[in-house]
Design a protein around this ligand. Structure first.
Ligand SMILES: Nc1ncnc2c1ncn2[C@@H]1O[C@H](COP(=O)(O)OP(=O)(O)O)[C@@H](O)[C@H]1O
Ligand SMILES: [Mg+2]
Length: 248
């Protein structure tokens, strides 16, 4: 994906200021920065989730494979399948485990038969590292799973429609350390097949899962570099101040 001079407004207030950033195929890129600096706003602009917020306006240009994602003729539902999203709080639908994962595949007519659909559900649950834990209770409600399992279910739901990019907004902030470690492991596995942009308030997490890290400050992109560099020898004083805990 490529963003060029992206600005996001809530009413008259400019939350994102002229961000140009390339997100490379099959990379994990972490967005870090103090609370309120615009990480979620920018992330949401990448699959037009901001469209759902009244008074929110995006300018500039964002492309996926050279296609303008804000093109008015574009099918937004399809776009959000190609660029999936996982939220802070796991949000399974009030449906069975099976139906949660099958949801998008049914919506987009991806399965030719029940057998096809079964395969998509199993494959997605396997990729999300959840299959062994749920294979015997696929008809039970998704909301009955533990928090960490629910988050993996939401990842399976995103994967089931074969996205190119997965956006994650603090996907572990509601999880315990063990469930967090499991999701981080999963991000590493998924990065061989998908492009992942993850917002995290944990610098340790950014260091563990990402190839590159982008540092945001008051709506601006201050620095984007290889993760190792950002955390050992950042280019910018503001990044340095944040990673050494002088503010944020
Ligand atoms: N729905 C909204 N309506 C109005 N202002 C918002 C909304 N969401 C976020 N903002 C404002 O945009 C700025 C960036 O917020 P956000 O993207 O949530 O930051 P972060 O995710 O880095 O904590 C903040 O000043 C916040 O108050
Ligand atoms: Mg946020």
């Amino acid at each position: 994906m490529v963003t060029e001079n992206v600005e996001v407004f809530y009413g008259d207030s400019r939350a994102i200021k002229g961000i140009s950033l390339d997100i490379r195929e099959n990379e994990v890129i972490a967005f870090i920065g103090p609370s309120g600096c615009g990480k979620s706003t920018f992330l949401r602009s990448l699959n037009r989730m901001n469209d759902t917020i009244q008074g929110c306006r995006v300018t500039g240009r964002i492309t996926l494979d050279d296609e303008d994602i804000y093109d008015p003729s574009l099918d937004v539902v399809l776009l959000r399948a190609r660029i999936g999203m996982v939220f802070q709080k796991p949000n399974p639908f009030p449906k069975s485990i099976y139906d949660n994962v099958a949801y998008g595949a049914r919506l987009h007519g991806l399965a030719k038969s029940r057998h096809d659909l079964d395969d998509i559900v199993e494959d997605s649950l396997r990729k999300a590292g959840l299959w062994e834990e749920v294979r015997d209770r696929l008809q039970q409600p998704g909301t009955g799973l533990s928090g960490g399992q629910q988050q993996r279910l939401c990842i399976a739901r995103a994967i089931a429609v074969s996205p190119e990019v997965i956006l994650m907004d603090e996907p572990c902030s509601a999880l315990d350390p063990i469930a967090t470690a499991r999701i981080e492991e999963l991000i590493n596995e998924l990065s061989t097949q998908y492009t992942i942009a993850i917002v995290t308030h944990s610098m340790q997490q950014a260091a563990r899962v990402s190839h590159r890290t982008a540092y945001f400050h008051l709506g601006e992109l201050i620095e984007v570099n290889d993760t190792e560099k950002v955390f050992t020898n950042p280019d910018h004083d503001l990044t340095e101040a944040y990673i050494t805990g002088r503010f944020g």
